[in-house]
Design a protein around this ligand. Structure first.
Ligand code: MN
Length: 316
C-alpha cells in the first residue's frame, strides 16, 4: 500500500504572504496525507500560500473515513511545544492520553484543547472495538510569547454554545460569536466556528479586525460568489464585516479567524517556536527522554522519534 506521508518541512511564517488587512479571496488547496498508522487526512495549514490565519497555524481535516476500511486511528506518544491542539469531531470517537495523566474520550459536539506551554506529550487513538465513520478536524494555535512557556494544561469541554437561525446551526468552538462565548481557553484574540447548514442563502457577520478563512468539510457552499468543495480553504483577509453564504443541504463549514498574529513563528514537526536552535533542542531533548515532556501512560506501542531538522549538523 502506498502511503503519502509528509516529509517534515520547516514552516516559517515569514516565507508566506503577510496577513491581508483588506478583503481578499485566496483559495488554498489542502494536501491528502496519512497520519499515525494510516488515517487519511487533508492538511490545509500550514501551506506555502498561507502559514497563519490569526493564531491558527495548523489544520488537518481528518477523514471522513470508515474505520473498517482504513483501520483505527493510532497516533503514538509525541511531544509539542509552543501551541494548543484543538480537536473537534463530527463523527466517531478519539481517546486522548497525555503526560499530565489525562485520559479523555472525545465525541462529536465536544472539544479537546491541549495547551502544551513549555512541553507536553500525548497520544490519540480510536477506542478499542471502534467501527464506523471517523470525521473531524484537528487544529493548532500558536501560543504568544507571553504564554508559550507556561505550564501545560489539558481541557475537555463537553458542551459548547450553539446559535440556531434560518437554516444554520453555528457552534462556537473558540472565541465569541453572535453573543455566545466558547468556554475554551485561548491566549490570542480568536474565533472558530462550525457552521452546519441546510439549503440557505444568508449573510454572516464577521469582526473586521480579524482575518478569516473558511473550509467546507461536508457538502458544497458558495462564499461571496466563490464555489467551495471540501478541502479547499478560502482565505478572506481582514476588513470584512459580513460574507454572503449559500449552502446546499447537509453542508458543514469550519470558519477560523483571529487578530493577525504579530510574532515570527517557526514550525518543525510537532514543535512551534521562534528560532531554529529552539526547534533543534526540542528534537534532541525529546529523543533523549529529556526536556520535561513527561511520559504518556497506557498507550499500546512505542513513542514517535523526532526527525532531526536539516540545519542541525551532527556533533563532531
Ligand atoms: Mn499531537
Amino acid at each position: 500500500m502506498s502511503e503519502r506521508r509528509y516529509d517534515p518541512q520547516l514552516s516559517a511564517v515569514g516565507d508566506a504572504p503577510a496577513p491581508s488587512s483588506e478583503p481578499v479571496t485566496q483559495r488554498i488547496e489542502g494536501h491528502a496525507a496519512l497520519v499515525g498508522d494510516g488515517m487519511p487526512i487533508n492538511r490545509v495549514l500550514p501551506s506555502r500560500l498561507r502559514r497563519l490565519v490569526g493564531p491558527w497555524c495548523f489544520l488537518d481535516h481528518i477523514g471522513p473515513a470508515m474505520i473498517d476500511n482504513v483501520g483505527p486511528l493510532r497516533v503514538a506518544p509525541h511531544p509539542h511545544i509552543g501551541l494548543q491542539t484543538v480537536t473537534w469531531l463530527t463523527a466517531g470517537e478519539i481517546l486522548h492520553r497525555d503526560s499530565l495523566g489525562s485520559l479523555q474520550m472525545i465525541r462529536p459536539g465536544q472539544l479537546n484543547v491541549m495547551t502544551s506551554g513549555r512541553a507536553i506529550s500525548h497520544s490519540e487513538e480510536s477506542p478499542g472495538a471502534a467501527a464506523g465513520e471517523i470525521h473531524g478536524v484537528q487544529f493548532w494555535t500558536v501560543l504568544p510569547e507571553s504564554a508559550r512557556f507556561m505550564e501545560p494544561m489539558f481541557d475537555h469541554y463537553p458542551v459548547l454554545p450553539t446559535i440556531a437561525r434560518d437554516q444554520l446551526s453555528i457552534t462556537v468552538i473558540s472565541g465569541e460569536y453572535g453573543g455566545e462565548r466558547s468556554p475554551a481557553r485561548h491566549f490570542w484574540p480568536i474565533v472558530g466556528l462550525e457552521i452546519s447548514a441546510g439549503v440557505v442563502d444568508t449573510q454572516l457577520s464577521l469582526d473586521p479586525a480579524f482575518e478569516h478563512a473558511l473550509l467546507v468539510i461536508d457538502g458544497t457552499a458558495n462564499i461571496d460568489g466563490e464555489a467551495l468543495l471540501p478541502n479547499v480553504m478560502l482565505y478572506l483577509g481582514a476588513g470584512r464585516s459580513r460574507i454572503q453564504l449559500a449552502c446546499d443541504a447537509g453542508c458543514r463549514i469550519i470558519l477560523i479567524g483571529g487578530k493577525p498574529f504579530e510574532e515570527e513563528v517557526l514550525m518543525w514537526w510537532n514543535f512551534v517556536g521562534r528560532t531554529r536552535e529552539e526547534l533543534t533542542r526540542a528534537c534532541v531533548e525529546w529523543n533523549a527522554g529529556q526536556g520535561g515532556f513527561g511520559d504518556v501512560k497506557g498507550y499500546d506501542g512505542s513513542r514517535l522519534i523526532a526527525p532531526m531538522p536539516p540545519w542541525a549538523s551532527a556533533p563532531g
